[in-house]
Structures are given as structure tokens and as C-alpha cells.
Design a protein around this ligand. Sequence first.
Ligand code: XIL
Length: 361
Amino acid sequence: MSAPHLSRRTALVGGLGLLAGPACGQSAPLLQVIAGRKGILFGAAIEPQSVEGDADFAALIARQCAILTPENAMKWDALRPTEAAFDFDGADRVAAIARTNSVPLHGHGLLWHEAMPDWLAPALRKGRGEGLLRDHIDTVVRRYSGVVRSWDVVNEVVERNDGRPDGLRISPWLKALGPDYIDIAFAAAQTADPGALLALSDYGLEYDDEPWMVEKRGTMLALLRDLLRRNIPVQALALQGHLIGDRPPAFGSGLKDFLDAVRGLGLKILITELDVSDQNIQGSAQGRDQIVADIYARFLEAVLTSGPVEMVTTWGLSDRYTSKSTFFPRSDGDGVRPLPFDFDLRPKAAAYALARAFGSS
Ligand code: XIL
């Protein structure tokens, strides 16, 4: 891991990696440092415009993050406005931010059934899918090789409700190419950058008390076993970790056993989109922050005590920039508070919970 990026004006205080920062007037735990001591890369997803247009937020990202993820800039609809051409503007800007901070990227993602540009599904139906997929992955992975350390090669490919015996989502990719599209994607990514860590990413694997998630773990293990048996170069499972504030933090032996089984296959574990929605939690901001922090703590405690974890990235870092405000707003009109730092970039209870979880794991 690269050395944490600290400006000359910052100072490390004490063993917890607290930062006496002029920006917010109070000490914040330095999450990348605390996690880094345990061999875990801590970071966050960003949009380039949020960092470029906000010097205080850029400074927070630089201090806290040892890895960054493009929240949207590497999705097909961003990179492929037309079939004929690539538009690397947003992705290049995220890569430039990573270079400025001397940190790598987690690439997200090479294939998803959402964020597809309008022209793509018709092109897949016309039989151009395999060529498009190979060319896209080859071009994108080569361009960012050296910056991208790990890739979400395929995202959210399991959907048990679609009724296939193998549990695969009946997506435009599956309809066009059959289940082999997963093999094609991993093989193309490995050829384009043999040094990158290649992950399969999904949601809905976190909670022990949700029957469909428990069943999805079984489907996921069967899929991973099948890919490995056929020498498809999947190297990691990425759990998104979109957690929910108004349900019990049921992260126990079921989650640990699942992660053990994944590690038993020789795969690494990544936590890639961690946040806790407070959309439906009642009470004061402070009270909600405590509930959110407790959920972060319990999830990370289960995950980190189960065995090694390669990276933990939150889906955004500050409540100032979170897609939860669009997709999961509160009905009382209050701003949502799903992330470790608040709207004013101050550390919340969740930031201290993350620090404690990394510190004690
Ligand atoms: C979300 C972004 O946060 C939004 O800004 C965008 O409008 C839609 O996508 N799972 C994923 C992410 O893998 O790519 C999604 O990100 C959130 C759910």
C-alpha cells in the first residue's frame, strides 16, 4: 500500500491516528491509516465533479482514502455515449484525482445490467454483444492499467427471482450471450491487465435474517465454485454492503460462515459500497447517527473477525455527496446521513465506529 497522503499542515496525534485538522476544527480519525495498519485499504466512491469543485471535500478525500472508486464515471453509459466512440472524460478525471493523491482505483464496473446506454441493448440483440464486450473491456482495462488495482468485472449477475436454476439474472447480457458472458468478461479483463485483481460484485449477501439473502449466498457459492472449476479467473468477491438503518444488524455466524466458504475457495473479500441508509429511522440527527454507527460497527466486526479483508470502501464519504439523497430520501425533509462524515465534513459516530472496528480487528 502506498504511504498515506498527508499535507505538511497535518499532524498525526496519538496511537489512534487522529488528525488535528485545520479544516474542521476537531480531530477526525484517519481511517486509511488505521485500516492500513491491518492491511486493509480504506477508501470511498467519488464523482469527479464533487472533488474538483470542492477543495474542502478534496482535502477530506486525500486525507482519508487509500483507494478511490468511480461512483458512475466508468459505467457503460458514461464511457459509451455512442457505439462508435468512447468518452473517457469522467473516468480520466477520476484517474487524475487518484494520481494526485498517489492512490489506486477500484474500477467499477465492466458489466452491469443498469447504466446501459440506450443503443446497447438493441446492439446486443443484433448479435454484436461478444465483440462489444471484448472490445469494451480490452480498451477500458488497458487504458487504466497501473491506476486500477482491482475491477468489479461483473456486477449483480445473480437474481434468484428470475427463476433460472443457476440463479443468474436474465439480463440483456445473458439474453444475448447466454451464461458465457461472465467467462468472456473475466477472460478479457485478465488478458488486458494480468496484474489487476478481478472481482465479482453483488448486493443482498449481508443479512442473516433475510431468507432471500441466505439463499442468495448459496447461489453465489455455487456460481463461484462453477467459475473456478472451469478456470475462469475470478479472484475476489465484492460485497456491496448497502445496509439499512431500520432493520436489526443481523450479521452473525451465517455471514461469517459464508465469508469463510468464499475464502475457502481461494477468493479474496472486498467490501465495496458500504453505507447505512437512515431513510426510515425516526428521531434526532444525533440519535440516528448512533444507530447508523452501530450498524457499521456490527457489520465490520463480523466481516473483519471472520478473516482477512482486502479493502473497505464506503459509497461516498460525506453526507454532502451521497446518491442516497436522491434514491432514498427522508419523508420528513431532513438530509440523509448514511456516511461517516456529515454534510459539513465533520466526523460522525460512524467514522469513530469504523476507526474502532479497524483498530480492533
Ligand atoms: C448508483 C450511484 O450511486 C448513483 O449515482 C447512480 O445514479 C446509480 O448507481 N449498486 C451499484 C452501484 O453497483 O453502481 C450503484 O450506484 C448503487 C447500487
